[in-house]
Design a protein around this ligand. Structure first.
Ligand SMILES: NC(=O)c1ccc[n+]([C@@H]2O[C@H](COP(=O)([O-])OP(=O)(O)OC[C@H]3O[C@@H](n4cnc5c(N)ncnc54)[C@H](OP(=O)(O)O)[C@@H]3O)[C@@H](O)[C@H]2O)c1
Length: 327
């Protein structure tokens, strides 16, 4: 099968199109003929092997699985003997092991039936980013009527967080750069802040819940922008250094939280069937719409990654894959 692979960790220059063996399915796994594969920051971490902490899971010296990619949408072509929820021919979406390829295996527990309303490209833009947004807002115990600040509202996670918070009845402010403020407004944000000109922590406004996805604000700045009993959920961060990435700031927030009135918390996002099924209902109703900036053919996977790294992606980018058998 054709796949976007890298034999070693590095920049997008290490990614190339190659022939790779079709993966074998395990007992509780499904083999998916991939129609589209979503791109997110996690793919960049898998490609670079940074922060180093991640290598414990993905291969210390070089990637254990050379095929890149996690998010996928496609059609089931084989199921393991202990799979109960899917049969051959089902259209599915979720997270797989190496989705930038014509075929990928996925755990049954990380898949759900593709929302009929969505194209494969739209569905592939959902799993990691939208599950992270759902789980982040859950960690923040979001309630209707709350004032919510989404920092990084124009990106993968943020474009879902804005819509999810609105759908839950919150008053949402989205923080993004100048060129993407129109997108954040179109996603339904009540207010926008331009991080190149305005400081969300200038003391003029306070929020009940802050979902901190980008920009690496200090804990002190987050606390300045929070209401006295507000909650900040630290989702990640790209500037935390090569060893632990954003984890250091997240753990510092957790350690401080018991000693202050505001609640500071973090979480590890995971694509789970239950979260996908919650999303399916919102996607079918139109309350949440994937914001797909553009699609790239499989052979241009490296170009898509470079666009994401350069901050040129509005919402989500998707790799379109078409297996030789269905071309
Ligand atoms: N906790 C978890 O389990 C988990 C799961 C998934 C992702 N993450 C992490 O979450 C982070 C975001 O992921 P993503 O996929 O959403 O990334 P993304 O698609 O690259 O989006 C990030 C967005 O942040 C905006 N941004 C950049 N600098 C900013 C600043 N100073 N203030 C406010 N916004 C700023 C950018 O918009 P502009 O171009 O408009 O500035 C960009 O659209 C990553 O660090 C990722 O590793 C964590």
């Amino acid at each position: 099968m054709r796949a976007a692979v890298r034999a070693e960790y590095g920049t997008a220059d290490v990614v190339r199109l190659a022939e790779a063996p079709r993966p074998a399915v395990g007992d509780k796994e499904v083999l998916v003929e991939v129609r589209a594969a979503g791109l997110d920051r996690g793919v960049v971490h898998l490609m670079t092997g940074l922060p180093y902490l991640g290598r414990l899971a993905f291969g210390v010296r070089r990637p254990r699985n050379p095929v890149l990619g996690m998010d996928l949408a496609g059609t089931v072509v084989a199921v393991g003997p202990k799979v109960t929820r899917f049969t051959v021919g089902d259209a599915v979406y979720g997270a797989g092991k190496g989705s930038f390829a014509e075929y990928a295996v996925a755990k049954e527990s990380q898949l759900a039936r593709k929302p009929a309303k969505l194209t494969f490209a739209q569905a592939a833009a959902v799993p990691v980013s939208a599950c992270t947004a759902v789980q982040g807002l859950d960690a923040g115990r979001l309630q209707a009527g709350q004032r919510v600040l989404v920092i990084g509202a124009s990106g993968g996670v943020g474009s879902y967080a804005v819509q999810l918070a609105k759908a839950a009845g919150a008053e949402v402010t989205g923080v993004a750069g100048t060129a993407k403020l129109d997108l954040v407004r179109a996603l339904g944000a009540d207010h926008v802040l331009d991080h190149t000109r305005e400081d969300f922590a200038d003391g003029r406004h306070h929020w009940d819940l802050i979902l901190d996805i980008a920009g690496n604000p200090s804990i002190a700045r987050l606390r300045r922008a929070l209401a006295p009993a507000g909650t900040a959920v630290l989702t990640g961060g790209e500037e935390g250094g090569n060893l632990t990435g954003g984890m250091g700031r997240q753990l510092a927030a957790l350690a401080l939280s018991p000693f202050v009135r505001q609640r500071l918390t973090m979480f590890l996002g995971l694509v789970r069937a239950e979260t996908l099924e919650r999303l399916t209902a919102l996607l079918e109703s139109g309350a949440v719409v994937p914001s797909v900036d553009r699609t790239y053919p499989l052979e241009e996977a490296a170009a898509a990654i470079r666009a994401l790294e350069a901050g040129r992606v509005r919402g989500k980018a998707v790799i379109e894959v078409r297996a030789a058998s269905s071309r």
